[in-house]
Design a protein around this ligand. Sequence first.
Ligand SMILES: Cc1cc2nc3c(=O)[nH]c(=O)nc-3n(C[C@H](O)[C@H](O)[C@H](O)COP(=O)(O)OP(=O)(O)OC[C@H]3O[C@@H](n4cnc5c(N)ncnc54)[C@H](O)[C@@H]3O)c2cc1C
Ligand code: FES
Length: 370
Amino acid sequence: MTNDAVVTAPAHSHLGEVTVTAPGIGLRAIGAASRVYARVVADSSIVTALSPARPRRNVGYEFEAVVDDTIDEAEDVRSLLLSRRDGMPLPTWLPGAHIDITTPSGRVRQYSLAGRPAGRYRISVRKIPSGSASTEIHTLTRGDVLRVRGPRNAFPMAEAEHYLFVAAGIGITPIRSMIERAVQDGARWTLYYHGRSRASLPFVAALQRMALTSHGHVVVKTDDADGLPIPADIVDLGMGTSAMYVCGPAALSSRLRDEALRSTAVREFHTELFTPAAVVDGMPFVLQLDRSGDTVEVGAQETALDALRRSRPDQPYSCRQGFCGACVVGFVGGRVEHRDRVLTETERENSLTLCVSRGAVEGEVLVLDL
Ligand SMILES: Cc1cc2nc3c(=O)[nH]c(=O)nc-3n(C[C@H](O)[C@H](O)[C@H](O)COP(=O)(O)OP(=O)(O)OC[C@H]3O[C@@H](n4cnc5c(N)ncnc54)[C@H](O)[C@@H]3O)c2cc1C
Ligand code: FES
């Protein structure tokens, strides 16, 4: 690491008590093969196609939850502790899971489950400037009621000898649950946690306590004290057999993935994004609204959802990453390049997700049932 004032673990160091001895040729060959396999499994579009994440919005539990308590965790970050309104136990879940929250005004957004506070759900929400749902959630108080759907898990945690967790800002929420699991399992782990400033980062003290009582190690860096994150240094915190779990902005995540693929410090790479990645390989196309007769031009670098919301700001959406189904609309003409992970092949014949799917060729006119 370059800014190593806060880092106490040298790269590739052993934080726990496990001693690794030099493997023989046979073991090395098996190890190399399993590394290739793990990379393919963890980071390949082929595997995504073979085993698509189908965390569909319309499956799982749906119930009313009551806000038991609110906790201000950091600058603009508030936690809500939730239990079921009917007094029944909450559905169980595994680290990496999130729930859909429907706010009192009817907006649906995803929030990761952040740890396991005594049988309740904890969600921790960063208030986004001009963010509609996050601002509304920050006004909720004890006794308020929310609709909850899920939990679902598109960021599952596999077993590993060592975990390298990377969280940027509010991306700590699913990572906190994973760390609790690693502590419980007696696994070795390292957390690299980056934010704008120390005051903006939730759970730092709790995470440091967890590290002290387990085989863990926490590295906290901030823009104001240390500058921007350096992907190569972060990946270097891996120990060769590490599984890397990243939750943060799309740009950082993709730089970390590139670095992880080049490096021998980590064996697997897994990521979850709270906000969508930029449009890749987009071409301009046109939406024609069948019922109103309006047309909307969609630029090469924007989504159909963003273009449509310029004239229809109430057009519903939720994940903006093609996995929840909130933005699905019917279409009656045109060829679609489907980029979602939610619709079946049959559903794709006459519906599309506005947040990720596009016209199949430049200038294609998609006639929407709107
Ligand atoms: C699987 C998953 C898990 C999530 N878990 C959490 C969580 O644990 N805690 C949490 O706070 N959020 C989490 N989110 C994000 C959350 O669902 C909302 O997107 C977020 O609260 C913003 O919603 P909003 O209605 O306030 O903003 P919107 O009204 O939808 O957006 C307002 C503006 O803010 C921009 N914007 C939206 N999100 C961000 C952002 N994160 N940073 C900067 N600008 C943004 C939008 O592009 C838009 O311009 C998660 C998202 C997903 C997909
Ligand atoms: S908003 Fe979730 S699939 Fe489009």
